[in-house]
Design a binder for this molecule. Structure first.
Ligand code: SAM
Length: 339
């Protein structure tokens, strides 16, 4: 096979692929050091950034130079680094800041099992328990620091998708919405703010709910929290049940258990369930869901799914799939009604 001057040889391509983890490592370093925060007022040299972040100037420059090859930061001819749109999102106070999400996605509970992916692929299940002595969410409960990194990172990741998801669905004018496994409540906040006739219930494990973000003036008296285990029961009698980035954490049989608990709670006529996750397209084209899919099998026993896989799970739990609604994010809404 011949190569053109513009296409790297297979050896170079594979070397770059093999070392792509260094992009993740450099991104993590920039996030932990808070480099982007120090560029908010304008470009600065590696020396200035190193002084501000307590780093070594030459080493910092080399890490940032790698990131600049991917449009995260830009170095000019005079050696000053600038924010790019992606780097700007790394600022702690950026709207929908991705800083906490980057730290979470590159933290040990994801990073270490990724190095053992071959073992996971051989075994057909995650080796997370072998490394950490408990399954993913059990580990987060046992190690509060890891739990805090996950919860803040997840809330940060979700910030960019909550508003588009809330905007994509025509919620009923009044009634109650339960966000099942709703984390710190970012999605419920958006749904309630957009739909003033609705009240909400934020459901998750108790330690997660302690740090909810629903204490905003416009929502006073319109929500409550409900600690619980979604394998056992979720609050009954609501009009809409949201499950955002829940089903992708679990294998099919666990998903059916969660969905059956929701189905049992859907006692109100016309009650709907919205499964909100990536819906994988066919073919080889890149899709963020395909990356997330491998992450889900690596650290949890979860997976991303195509539409027919969602429909099978819903049907098995006694729910009737209705529509799939795209959103202005990487996630879609698979709507179901009580079957
Ligand atoms: C991937 S996060 C998604 C959070 C939120 N829905 C979002 O999209 O930002 C999964 C959530 O499920 C919660 N969770 C895990 N196991 C649970 C259980 N057995 N019962 C209730 N919530 C659980 C976690 O605490 C976490 O908040």
């Amino acid at each position: 096979m011949t190569t053109t001057p513009h296409s790297p040889s297979p050896a170079v391509q594979l070397t770059e692929h093999a070392l792509a983890y260094l992009h993740s490592a450099a991104l993590r370093a920039a996030a932990l050091l808070g480099v982007a925060d120090h560029l908010a007022d304008g470009p600065r040299t590696a020396e200035e950034l190193a002084a501000a972040t307590g780093a070594d100037p030459a080493h910092l420059r080399r890490a940032l130079r790698l990131l600049a090859t991917r449009d995260v930061f830009r170095e000019d001819d005079a050696g000053a680094f600038h924010l790019t749109p992606a780097a700007d999102s790394l600022r702690s106070d950026a709207p929908s800041s991705m800083r906490d999400a980057v730290v979470m996605l590159t933290d040990d509970p994801f990073w270490r099992p990724a190095g053992r992916l071959a073992d996971t692929v051989r075994a057909g299940h995650t080796v997370f328990d072998e490394i950490f002595g408990a399954p993913y969410f059990g580990h987060l409960e046992r190690v509060p620091e890891a739990g805090a990194v996950f919860d803040t990172g997840m809330a940060g990741l979700a910030e960019s998708e909550n508003a588009p998801v809330a905007a994509a669905y025509a919620f009923p004018p009044e009634g109650t919405v339960v966000d099942v496994g709703g984390g710190r409540g970012g999605l419920l906040r958006q749904v309630l703010l957009r739909n003033p006739g609705l009240t909400g219930i934020l459901h998750d494990q108790e330690p997660v709910l302690r740090h909810h973000t629903l204490d905003v003036p416009d929502l006073t008296g319109r929500w409550r929290s409900a600690p619980g285990d979604f394998f056992t029961a979720v609050p009954a009698g609501a009009d809409v049940y949201l499950l955002k980035r829940i089903l992708h954490d679990w294998n099919d049989s666990d998903c059916v258990r969660i969905l059956r608990a929701c189905r049992a709670a859907m006692t109100r006529p016309g009650s709907r369930l919205l499964a909100i996750d990536a819906v994988l397209p066919p073919g080889n084209a890149p899709h963020p869901g395909k990356t997330m899919d491998v992450l889900m099998m690596t650290s949890l026993n979860g997976r991303e799914r195509d539409e027919s896989a969602f429909h099978r799970l819903l049907a098995e739990a006694g729910l009737k799939p209705a529509r799939t609604i795209p959103t202005d994010s990487t996630l879609s809404i698979v709507e179901a009604v009580a079957g």
